[in-house]
Every structure is written in structure tokens, then in C-alpha cells.
Design a protein. Structure first.
Length: 345
């Protein structure tokens, strides 16, 4: 279910734009329809009022929490079931944030990401994206939404931008607190400046080396690092938000002196923040998480050379916190169950 389809359905019942906005606002803010200055009986057309119970039930069915996995850092990873039986992951973040998924699986195939191992299964609709935020708001306050969960948002841009517009206009979330993460698809740089809501942008950099980036992110657009940063800088100056450059720190892969020197040359003077995230170990993948002291020393070295660097510990390390791990584990458990059932039969 897409947001525009919900609006079309309401218009067919006689709703005007302000009526559509009210119904969607109640949903995304998790508010009863009777709250507010204008009660539904005095404000909404009768056909819309009569259709609300059915519509509310359908919106509630878009996503449900299958399991919750709280972590010691205050985050909680949610395995979310969609109406067709597929699953995605959302993460409740410390300080009133939520990380949502935009695809079931992912086509980019990042070598260090569990989600990329499954390939793309299907797109997540704008309604399902917003439903993940609604689920989170039923559990705790949400003032920030990051599109850094399963999937590459640029490969599902129509649905992602539709969700971002609703969250930014009716969802009571500051535009700078809507953060779209991408490997750098050109369509992002074309379309984001045109939107009514211009989200903050996080660009997955991970290396300054073109050949290494092609190996780590095999189906990402072939941007050289400097081209990617130039595009990011233009968007940062347009919106007034610094670009967040994502750097997953892989022990012995992208943490050498040559990379760090090149990174200083690349980002010095840019309107940017470097988020350096030590790799979250995925069993079966050939990468290692660097020692925390080493990661801290790297971040301090970069900061001393003028690069605003934030060393982040990926949320939920102790609960299969790497993107796609929880879904992979759950899928594996389901496969074992099915095989046992077949054997028993």
C-alpha cells in the first residue's frame, strides 16, 4: 500500500486534501482520531468516517513486530513482518531514533553486509516504510528516522521519497532528522533537491580507492571518491545540513595510512561529518572488526587533521546488530522448521 494510493482512496470517498492530511497525520503520529480541536464527526465527510475502521485495520496490518531484541546500549532490533509474509528489520536507536528498511534484501551486494548476500527480494512500499515508524512510536518516542536499514533507498526512490514527505510534513519530524543513506546513486542527487522535504544525506564511502570500492560494493555506481564527495558537497550547501560520510572500518582493509592520508585530502574543508563505524562481525563473512583502541586512535588522528570524525559503535552489537543478521537468522530457523515438518510428514 502506497501513501498515494491511500490518498486516492480517501478522495474517492469525498475527502479533500485537508481531510487526507488529517487521517494520515493521525496514523503517522499514532493519535486517536477523536483527539484535536476538530472531531471527526464535525470535520470529516461521512463516507470517510464510515471507512475509517476498515482503513485503520488495513494500516495496522501493514507491519507487525515478530520479535524484539533489546541491547545493552539502549537500542532494540525489531524483526518486522509484512502482510505478505516477508520480513525486514527496524532498529530502535538511543536518543529517540529509528532505523527503517526500504527493501526486502538488497541488490548492491556489499561484501561486508549480510543483507547484500540475499539479493533483492522486493521493494518495501511507502506505506510499509511509514508503518515501521508507527510501530516504533508505539514503543517509544521517535524524533529521527534514518533510512539505513535493509536495502538501498536509491533503488526504491519513489516509495522512499513518498514516505519522507509524509514524515516531514505530517509526522512532526524535522527535515534534518530524516536521513537517507545511499551508496551514491546519481538519481539521489537529481531528485532530492526537487523535493518538498529535503532530507539529510549519508553517503557510504568506505574507501578512497576506486578499485577497492568496486570490490567491496560490487553493484554500486562507479563514482570515484572525489566525484561522490563533490556531489555531496553541492547538496550540503543547498540544504544547510552537513553530509554524513559512512566509513565501515574493516581491519586490515581500509584502515591503513594510505587510506587515512587520502581521506584527509578528500574531506578537509568540506561541510561534512565522518561517521566511522567499526565493522559489526558477521559470521561467515571474511572481515574482522578492528580493536576498539585502534579505531579510537584512527578517529583521533583524523580529528587532529581537521576532519570532524565521530567514532560510532553500531547499535545492537550483542543482538545480531549488523543489518540483515536478524532476518538471516530468522529465515534460517524457519527453513529448519520446514524441513523438520516435511521429514515428520
Amino acid at each position: 500500500m502506497r501513501i498515494e494510493a491511500i490518498r486516492t482512496r480517501l478522495r474517492a470517498l469525498g475527502a479533500r486534501p485537508l481531510h487526507e492530511d488529517r487521517v494520515l497525520r493521525d496514523w503517522v503520529r499514532v493519535m486517536d482520531h477523536d483527539r484535536g480541536r476538530r472531531r471527526p464527526d464535525d470535520f470529516l465527510p461521512k463516507p470517510v468516517r464510515e471507512a475509517l475502521p476498515q482503513l485503520d485495520a488495513e494500516l495496522d496490518a501493514l507491519a507487525r513486530v515478530i520479535s524484539t531484541h533489546p541491547a545493552d546500549d539502549g537500542s532494540a532490533r525489531l524483526l518486522v513482518g509484512l502482510a505478505d509474509g516477508q520480513t525486514v528489520e527496524s532498529v530502535l536507536l538511543p536518543r529517540d531514533g529509528v532505523c527503517v528498511s526500504s527493501q526486502v534484501g538488497c541488490a548492491v551486494g556489499c561484501q561486508f553486509c549480510m543483507t547484500g548476500q540475499s539479493g533483492l527480494i522486493r521493494q518495501v512500499t511507502s506505506g510499509e516504510i511509514v508503518a515501521q515508524v508507527v510501530l516504533a512510536r508505539r514503543l517509544r518516542p521517535v524524533k529521527k528516522v534514518v533510512f539505513m536499514g535493509m536495502g538501498e533507498p536509491a533503488h526504491n526512490l519513489d516509495n522512499v521519497l513518498e514516505a519522507i514527505e509524509l514524515l516531514g510534513v505530517e509526522g512532526n519530524i524535522a527535515h534534518k532528522n530524516l536521513v537517507l543513506s545511499t551508496v551514491g546513486d546519481p538519481r539521489v542527487f537529481e531528485r532530492l533537491p526537487q523535493g518538498r522535504v529535503k532530507p539529510a544525506l549519508a553517503l557510504s564511502l568506505h574507501t578512497t580507492k576506486t578499485d577497492l570500492r568496486a570490490r567491496l560494493l560490487p553493484r554500486a555506481p562507479r563514482f570515484a571518491a572525489r566525484e561522490l564527495v563533490d556531489e555531496g558537497e553541492r547538496y550540503a550547501r543547498l540544504t544547510g545540513y552537513p553530509i554524513q560520510y559512512q566509513w565501515t572500518l574493516l581491519d586490515g582493509v581500509n584502515d591503513g595510512p594510505d587510506e587515512l592520508e587520502a581521506l584527509v585530502d578528500l574531506l578537509r574543508g568540506k561541510y561534512a561529518v565522518l561517521n566511522m563505524i567499526p565493522y559489526n562481525t558477521n559470521p561467515g563473512l571474511p572481515f574482522r572488526r578492528p580493536d576498539w583502541d585502534k579505531a579510537r586512535a584512527i578517529a583521533a588522528w583524523l580529528f587532529e587533521r581537521g576532519i570532524l570524525t565521530k567514532l560510532r559503535d553500531s547499535a545492537g552489537q550483542d543482538v545480531d546488530g549488523g543489518c540483515g543478521q536478524l532476518r538471516a537468522r530468522a529465515t534460517g530457523e524457519q527453513t529448519v522448521t520446514l524441513r523438520r515438518t516435511a521429514a515428520a510428514a
